[in-house]
Unconditional design. Structure first.
Length: 275
């Protein structure tokens, strides 16, 4: 992949701020990135600055016991980029490098058996603002499992993540997107599926994968990819650059739902950020 021109590095505009109990909680939103003429880049940077620092924000006076909220919304299309089946040192590390260069957050659904030996990657994901979820321990279907087996697949993976990170909810993405009533009851978290699937595992054709996303994505989509393959990392970078160039913003799944006023519930399936 070509090196990123630092003059056109994506800028995190923080377009939406929420202050809760005095602690800032925000859904990071990425401004567009351009690789064309320098004057275009300067115009985009000015736009990003204007989005990040609004000219005026209505002042709200709240009782000391009430949470203070300040929201700055944009009409930029927002999507969540998600990755399954990691972590894998050779590919996930490179993917994190590329996302960091572009200041783009993603959501990673991890396999428990891949976590030992890759603890530093997990810590890095959390430190760099990515959302982390569970994709079972052994990549097995969660349908038809006994409660004991379900806990070995989902609960055991969550325990590994808690041991590494100390805290977190770790939402569930079931392998193959298949659930049943028992799995939904035992999930103990929202269940995240997807609305755009380029099947990046199928033939590892970078061009086809990129087109499968860029030509079909729309506001509120959750994009499914896998960080096991070098071709998927290459495709993800091209997808991010193409969508940033079209004015898209990237957030985590949790922030995508919150941005659209969706209160995530345990055991409920979410395929996109659209109501």
């Amino acid at each position: 992949m070509p090196a990123i021109d630092k003059n056109f590095t994506a800028t995190n505009a923080r377009c939406r701020h929420i202050l809760t109990n005095g602690n800032e909680r925000w859904a990071g939103v990425e401004c567009v990135r351009d690789s064309g003429a320098p004057w275009v880049s300067w115009v985009l940077l000015v736009v990003c600055f204007m989005l990040a620092v609004p000219a005026s924000v209505p002042e709200t006076v709240s009782p000391a016991s009430a949470p203070a909220q300040v929201e700055v919304e944009t009409d930029m299309p927002v999507v969540a980029l998600t990755f399954d089946d990691g972590p894998r040192a050779s590919t996930t590390g490179r993917l994190l490098d590329e996302l960091a260069l572009r200041e783009v957050p993603a959501t990673f659904f991890l396999l428990g058996h891949r976590i030992p030996g890759n603890e530093d990657l997990v810590r890095r994901m959390a430190a760099e603002g990515h959302q982390i979820g569970v994709h079972t321990y052994d990549h097995v279907e969660v349908t038809g499992l006994s409660r004991e087996d379900f806990d070995l697949q989902v609960g055991k993976t969550r325990s590994l993540l808690l041991d590494i990170l100390g805290e977190g909810e770790f939402w569930l993405r079931p392998p193959y997107g298949i659930t049943d009533a028992a799995a939904r009851q035992w999930a103990d978290s929202p269940i995240v599926l997807w609305s755009v699937d380029p099947e990046d595992w199928k033939d590892q054709d970078v061009g086809r994968i990129v087109a499968g996303v860029v030509e079909h994505v729309q506001d509120g989509d959750i994009i499914l990819m896998h960080d096991l393959y070098g071709s998927s990392v290459d495709a993800a970078v091209q997808i991010v650059d193409a969508l940033l160039g079209k004015g898209y913003c990237f957030v985590t799944v949790e922030d995508l739902l919150a941005r659209n006023g969706i209160e995530a519930q345990d055991g409920v399936i979410y395929r996109s950020g659209r109501k």
